[in-house]
Design a protein around this ligand. Sequence first.
Ligand SMILES: NC(=O)c1ccc[n+]([C@@H]2O[C@H](COP(=O)([O-])OP(=O)(O)OC[C@H]3O[C@@H](n4cnc5c(N)ncnc54)[C@H](OP(=O)(O)O)[C@@H]3O)[C@@H](O)[C@H]2O)c1
Length: 259
Amino acid sequence: MSFQGKVALVTGSTTGIGEACARALAEAGAAVMISGRHAARGEAVVTSLRASGAHAEFTRADLREDGAPDRLVADTVRRLGGLHVLVNNAGILYTANGPDTTDAQWLDTFAVNVNALFYMSRAAVTHMRTHGGGAIVNIASEWGLNGEPNHVAYCASKGAVVQITRCMALDHAREGIRVNAVCPGEIHTQMVDDILAAKGGDLQANLRDLAAGIPMRRLAAPAEVAACVRFLASAEASYVTGATLTVDGGNDATAGPYP
Ligand SMILES: NC(=O)c1ccc[n+]([C@@H]2O[C@H](COP(=O)([O-])OP(=O)(O)OC[C@H]3O[C@@H](n4cnc5c(N)ncnc54)[C@H](OP(=O)(O)O)[C@@H]3O)[C@@H](O)[C@H]2O)c1
C-alpha cells in the first residue's frame, strides 16, 4: 500500500486518532498536512514525522471559524502541491442528556463534528473532481450507529456523519472520489479518559470496567483505527465507497451487553 506522490490532510491530527492516521499515511509515503488548534502539539507531530523521513507541515486551524475549512484545504494544496486524501477526524464530545445539554454545547458539537466536516469535504471534492479524484475518510463513531445514554448531541452529530458519507459517496461515485466512514468503538485517547473522568472514581478501574464489556475485552490503540483509515484511503479499497467500517472489538455485533 503506497501513498508515494500523494498528499493527505488529516484534521485534528495534533493528538489521538488523527495523529495516528497522519503517521500511518506518512509511513506509506504520503506528504501530510497536520492540523488542529494547538500549534505546539501540531509542530511536535511534524518534527517527529520529519525525523522519520516524512514530508509534513502544520497549519493551525479552529474549524469552527468562518472560512477555516476552505482556507485549510487551499493551504494544503498550496504548500504540499495537491490533495488526494482527506481524513475528517477532528471531533468533540460533551457528556449530557437532553435537558442538561446547553445550546452552546449542542451548537459547538455540530460546528466541529458536522458543519466543519461537511465544509472540509465540500472544499476537498471541489479540488479533487478537477484533479484526478481522491478519497475522503470520515471518522464517525459506533455512537453514530447506536444510541448512548447522556450523549445525545454527540450521537446525533455522528449519525449525521454517516449520512453525509453515504450521500457524498453517491454524488461523487462517477468522479473518481470515494467517501467512506470509520466507526471506532472504544479507542484509548484523551477523549475516552475525559468521558471516564466525568463519571468519577478511579480511572484505571473505569478503564478495566469498560474493557470488560467489549467482546475483545480491551480498548484499541489509535494505530488500529489508523490502519483501517489508511486502507479505505488507499487504492486497495478502489471499489469501496459509501461504506461504514466499524472498528470496535465486536461491540456493534452484539444486541446488548456482552456476557
Ligand atoms: N476515542 C474514541 O474512543 C473514539 C470513538 C469513536 C469516535 N471517535 C472520534 O475520533 C475522532 C478523534 O478522537 P480522539 O479520541 O482522537 O480525540 P482527541 O484525542 O480529543 O482528539 C481530537 C482532535 O480534534 C481536534 N479538534 C477539536 N476541536 C477542534 C476544532 N474546533 N478545530 C480543529 N480541530 C479540533 C483536536 O485538536 P486541537 O486540540 O489541537 O484543536 C484533536 O487533535 C473524533 O472525531 C472522535 O469523535 C473517537
